[in-house]
Unconditional design. Structure first.
Length: 377
């Protein structure tokens, strides 16, 4: 029998095909845009199985958070995970974390006496593990290094001081204190990052390095050397950003633990972000109608450029995933209509269908009976 496609059926099929193709295109575009903000995907490097969540905490000066607070967060996470029977494997860390703070501008000078002013960020923990910087030469320093006199600088600063970015190991001075170039990183590459980056050269040093150039926290008091003379450097402990990757045994376990520790829900000096799920299509589709609230950050926080770039990306992706959700409406309605037609057909032909099933069962049993009789003979 020849099957004839009616005009309305062709129209419905066309609408569904266009909707599905559009949804797939928006999914691919959204995923590409989200992936461009690579720092939000550090948890995948730490645990490829997807069992961990990355959290970022941004704190204002009024929060008075410091390195002692970092130890307190670590203890809170370790205790919370222990209560649900999650313990570190032998020789491995249970979670990974980092902390940092902007520290104004500093004067840098090369051995050839070229000099330049740069924005300084003081970093601790495994800071560079959380960044998606592209390393052009050298390596990153860590808290585990015996000497804490390494500095990571960006390409702008490298060219200003040396006329090259292949300068790992070269000596520089920061505020007249000697450091060596541990590594050189490339400049921000995405449109969002370039917009949020101020374009000034950047240098990253450790907390011990910050202490050596004379930085100190307001709450710190100067220490004295063995001879009792003053003039020693006070300790530098300020922290404006704390980041961690930790196991997430149940949904929102990690972020709820961190929020509870900081009392973040009732504190306008602290903002906690779930990096792992921030670009989820379902999350952003729901946020579309309230996206105007994200346009103004009504807090006392100053966010780093990489976080501002991610917030712009969230704002851009919210309508993409909202309209992607709308494109699924025609296929869903069509599927429901087909199910309705099947149900109506079965309802109308229930008697015949039951008779046909009974007849089929009878035929099967009859054939089986006849086969047994032949075997007996």
């Amino acid at each position: 029998m020849r099957f004839k496609i009616r005009k309305h059926q062709a129209v419905i099929a066309g609408i569904n095909a266009i909707s599905i193709a559009g949804a797939l295109a928006l999914t691919a575009a959204g995923s590409h845009t989200a992936r461009s903000q690579g720092y939000n995907y550090s948890a995948e490097k730490w645990d490829s199985s997807g069992g961990c969540t990355q959290i970022s905490c941004f704190l204002s000066e009024e929060a008075s958070f410091n390195k002692d607070g970092v130890e307190s967060v670590r203890s809170a996470l370790t205790k919370a995970l222990g209560e649900v029977s999650i313990f570190p494997e032998e020789g491995k860390s249970l979670f990974n974390d980092a902390y940092s703070t902007p520290a104004g501008t500093v004067q840098l000078r090369s051995e050839g006496q070229s000099h330049c002013e740069a924005d300084l960020t003081v970093v601790g923990g495994d800071f560079f593990y959380f960044r998606d910087f592209r390393l052009l030469s050298g390596a990153y320093f860590t808290d585990r290094d015996l000497m804490q006199d390494g500095a990571v600088i960006d390409r702008n600063l490298a060219w200003s001081l040396f006329g090259s970015d292949n300068i790992a190991g070269m000596k520089i001075s920061i505020n007249d204190t000697d450091f060596y170039v541990s590594g050189v990183i490339d400049l921000p590459s995405t449109k969002e990052e370039k917009y949020c980056d101020n374009g000034r050269p950047k240098v990253y040093i450790s907390y011990e390095g910050a202490k050596s150039i004379g930085l100190s926290s307001e709450s710190s008091t100067p220490y004295y050397d063995e001879e009792g003379d003053g003039g020693g450097n006070a300790d530098f402990t300020d922290v404006a950003v704390y980041e961690c990757i930790a196991p997430d045994p149940v949904e929102n376990f990690t972020i709820n633990t961190v929020k509870e520790h900081f009392n973040a829900d009732d504190n306008d000096t602290i903002m906690v972000v779930d990096n792992t799920h921030r670009f989820s299509p379902s999350v952003l589709a729901k946020a579309y109608r309230k996206r105007w609230k994200a346009a103004v950050l009504d807090t006392k926080l100053t966010l780093p450029w990489w976080e501002n770039a991610s917030r712009i990306t969230e704002f851009r992706l919210a309508p993409v995933y909202f309209f992607r959700r709308l494109l699924f409406v025609p296929p869903v309605l069509t599927a429901l209509w087909i199910l309705y037609l099947i149900w109506r057909f079965i309802s109308r032909n229930k008697g015949r269908a039951i008779s046909a099933v009974i007849d089929k069962i009878y035929q099967i049993n009859y054939k089986r009976h006849m086969k047994k009789q032949k075997e007996v003979k």
